[in-house]
Ligand binder design. Structure first.
Ligand code: SAM
Length: 221
């Protein structure tokens, strides 16, 4: 199932508005002071990448993971960034050119319709999959494309378990100006992601971060 056209257009418009300032505003996820970079580093480590590997960054946005992925796969490796929003990809392209990376390519596509290249060693998605209503399908299709022993890792936001209703509503009110999908809190997509990764992947691991406001899920095939 791909996002319906109205939702998809709304999301693209929202990220077109955010794109130029995204690298700064995203530092506020999920709360100011959250250790963004070290959590991204941890997610990349969970991919077990080696020099020369190929990795897909699903919903890569402005490419905030690219430097870490480059460090892991080196110049002989390959990085493919996929995203729905042209303006986010334009920022990613600037980053690629500024850094002179010749092994990073970008694809504008809905993750639910993206044809994963087969035989890749890893797939990463950070702060994005919970916005994709078809996230279960994305995980399953990605897992099917991985080479034997390949890794999938998802770093994203969630609501902490047992959050009182008033606190969850307050949290959503704070996140809403930055989030793109209002029904996120009711849909609880992190539970879907956890379920499908557990089903599709071996040595599945799940860690709650920052008092349960974020999670890192990982596994291999
Ligand atoms: C919060 S940003 C995260 C960007 C990046 N992964 C990061 O960690 O900074 C969410 C991104 O997901 C993208 N996105 C949302 N739904 C998508 C979909 N169905 N397919 C591909 N990209 C999508 C948006 O365009 C946006 O760039």
């Amino acid at each position: 199932m791909s996002q319906n056209d109205a939702t998809r257009e709304h999301l693209i418009e929202t990220y077109r508005r955010k794109a130029k300032r995204y690298d700064v505003t995203s530092r506020l996820y999920p709360v100011p002071g959250y250790p963004q970079l070290s959590q991204r580093r941890r997610a990349v480590r969970a991919l077990g990448l080696r020099p020369g590997d190929s990795v897909v960054d699903v919903a890569c946005g402005t490419g905030l993971n690219f430097a870490l992925l480059e460090e892991a796969v080196g110049p002989a490796g390959r990085i493919v960034g996929v995203d729905l929003t042209d303006a986010m990809l334009a920022q990613a392209q600037d980053r690629i050119e500024t850094n002179g990376w010749s092994n990073v390519s970008l694809v504008q596509a809905d993750a639910t319709e993206f044809d994963f290249p087969t035989g890749i060693e890893a797939i990463l998605s950070t702060y994005a999959l919970t916005q994709v209503p078809g996230c279960a399908e994305v995980i399953a299709r990605g897992a099917a494309a991985l080479a034997e022993g390949g890794h999938w890792a998802v770093l994203d936001l969630k609501l902490p378990a047992g959050t009182p209703r008033w606190l969850a509503q307050l949290g959503m009110a704070i996140v809403r100006p930055f989030a793109s999908i209002d029904e996120w809190g009711q849909r609880r997509p992190w539970e879907t992601i956890r379920g499908v990764m557990q089903e599709e992947l071996a040595d599945f691991s799940w860690s709650e971060l920052c008092f349960g406001t974020a999670f890192l899920a990982a596994g291999s095939v």
